[in-house]
Design a protein around this ligand. Sequence first.
Ligand SMILES: NC(=O)c1ccc[n+]([C@@H]2O[C@H](COP(=O)([O-])OP(=O)(O)OC[C@H]3O[C@@H](n4cnc5c(N)ncnc54)[C@H](O)[C@@H]3O)[C@@H](O)[C@H]2O)c1
Length: 389
Amino acid sequence: MTKNSSPLRVGMIGYNFMGKAHSNAWRQVNRFFDLPAQVEMHTICGRNAASLAKAAAQLGWANTATDWRDVVANPAIDIIDITTPNDSHAEIAIAAAAAGKAILCEKPLAMGAAQAKTMVDAVKKARVVHMVCHNYRRIPAVALAKRMIDEGLLGDRIFHYRARYAQDWIADPKFPLVWRLQSKIAGSGTHGDINAHIIDIGRYLVGEIKEVCGVMETFVKERPLLESFGEGLTAKAGVKMGKVTVDDAVAVIGRFKNGAMLNLEATRFAHGRKNHITWEVNGEKGSLAFNFEDMNRLQYFDATAPAVHNGFRDILVTDASHPYTGNWWPAGHIIGYEHTFVNTFADFVAAVVSGKSVHPTFEDGWRNECVLDAVMESAKTRAWTKVVS
Ligand SMILES: NC(=O)c1ccc[n+]([C@@H]2O[C@H](COP(=O)([O-])OP(=O)(O)OC[C@H]3O[C@@H](n4cnc5c(N)ncnc54)[C@H](O)[C@@H]3O)[C@@H](O)[C@H]2O)c1
């Protein structure tokens, strides 16, 4: 890879929760990673000029635009970063591909597999570098787990991948009807929002999913309409009521193509669980286990070691020999949520300069949507459903 003297100029669409996380990552990425290009935070885009100006100043963007089409059409911009709700990803990404921009798009990639496929076709046709932002892949402990599995530490056969993503921020029935609870904007509820993440980790660590059997539930069917949106996931409720049109929770059993069994649960109704992502992989030679709320650690059990002193090892994944950690602090000086985005963006920037593919690609996003669709179909028909891709 050669040093590239011209900067990469980013145009970011959307500026709330993910907009903030992405802005921080764009700002930090050259500070901590030795990359072949400098990133320039060129334009931030949103629809409300007053709050956009405030966001630009706070988050560190040079210019503002109130229509994403102007950002996509701007020849000065190299990268389009999509942090808008799910229903706008496809339109923006397809236009960005046609304009020859590199694209980083938030997950879930689209509103379903069929729409995701149109995005895959667009980036392939335009030959632009693209990535879907499943940032949890680049938690050092998750990347280390991938390396350990690839090195064969769990053996050739994986038996189980079981994962749970549990939150509680909508457990209160008075929490308002935000866009994440409306199928026309979100596609699905907890399923596409957070089950998509643990599906992605499963595909990353274990492989493609063959068939699924899903159960979905909407516990609170009506909620107060939204009065105003706050920071992160917070919102203020109005008085009038509206219908919830997505799932609140989902459970899935299934099989991977390699014979491993799949077991997933995603819910926003687990009081006390804030962003509780846990998973365990069991293979013929050992097991790995992870909990996001203790994200600097990876649990490893080596079943080939003598039983007498054996047990789960608690690996503090902060050594310079671990993935990404050498870019941060000395061993034991732990990292957090925001670093997952910086690690992700560092790999993306390197790919944009080299022109090489970087995972997770839009194809990964589409395959994820194929699993999401199969689970929804299974829940609807109450039948085992093949993942069609
Ligand atoms: N990778 C992750 O872990 C993660 C976490 C949270 C959200 N997400 C994903 O990120 C996306 C955004 O989620 P969020 O929580 O940041 O949402 P949000 O509601 O907090 O922010 C969305 C932003 O998009 C803007 N917007 C909406 N439509 C627009 C348009 N047509 N043009 C310009 N701006 C527009 C809104 O004004 C707002 O600034 C979603 O797809 C979501 O699934 C990913």
